[in-house]
Design a protein around this ligand. Sequence first.
Ligand code: SAM
Length: 376
Amino acid sequence: MRGFVPTQQSTVDQMVDMLFKNNRPKATDRVLDPGCGLGAFIEGILRWCKRHHAEVPQIVGIELDKQRADIARQKFLAVPQVEIVTGDFLLDEFEGLFDFIIGNPPYVSILALKEEEKRRFRSRYKCAVGRFDLYMLFFERAVSLGRKGATLVFITPEKYTYVQAGSEVRKLLASHDVTDITLLEEDVFPGRTTYPTISRLRISNVGEHTQIQTRNGASFPVLLPKSGGSWRHLFSNDKPPEVAGSLCLESICRRISCGIATGADGVFVKNAEDLPEYLEQHAWPTISGRQLQPTSSKVKTSSVMLIPYSAESRLKCLEEIGELGDYLKRPEIKSKLALRSCTQRKPWHAFHDAPQMAELLRPKILCKDISDNPVF
Ligand SMILES: C[S@@+](CC[C@H](N)C(=O)[O-])C[C@H]1O[C@@H](n2cnc3c(N)ncnc32)[C@H](O)[C@@H]1O
């Protein structure tokens, strides 16, 4: 069954300490452990309560795999506060809200999902965008089941903090109060390269600083962006070298990106001189990193990109783009476009990533994406 990676006791104990930090559980509180596996976190909670002479709260573990759920149920037969539900945390309905949520959700990439599953998740979850992973949806579902003021502690790959597919998760979490992001050593899950990360969230509409704990032991507060932008650059407290009069790109740019991804440059990028006149109205000047001359800040390009999008980034329908539509519909071109993986979720004439036209049409600073000595 998918995504079973048990959490070691030391990590469980670290996370339970974070869960109950400044907030001892009461007997009437409800704790949720989604994807509970064999109950590692439930054991951790019982250990914590014993060690701290605290009341044992009501604990609900939800596990998709029947065998694992049965083993966990057996294990806690003598603890009336524990209930193990065999079910699908992402698709089933659950009653009531929770005061504490803790877990190690399954890490299952979209690539391992069936088409039908992808469709179902996309229609149900805001965070099911791009190349999403199941643990991102666990965040979304868990937040929706938390009472106001509830605390959530999850261990997941660090990836959600910076990949494009994590933008909705970041937006969601940053709209609450992310109190801690703790980056853990690789050996937490032996044999796996996941860059494990503990995220601690308080469900609340007032967010404050987030305390970052890095792998080299540094700890410092940051303010997470609410926009869904990457958090990665915030995880290092290295200051850029001081150079008189210098500025970071980040402080003078609205956005830093690697440009448009069409998924079929052979179709959309043309030499301006070879472009038939009837396509000119759809063509915009473009340049690739490869074409930039490191020795000169003059930008010369003879390439153009055919763009089937409006200035508001709306994909135009084929009728609307007239001759460009006719060109794209040519069998040899259409079949090339239809082969791109992105066409499983968007029209066959769309770009791989929708271009952000308003920002693309502003003045830009260009540089090669990979270069020993960047020139801007
Ligand atoms: C990474 S393991 C963690 C297990 C346990 N929490 C631990 O830390 O040892 C994730 C667990 O989630 C379960 N799982 C996967 N998809 C699920 C779903 N949709 N609903 C409930 N459980 C699920 C898997 O069967 C697996 O046991």
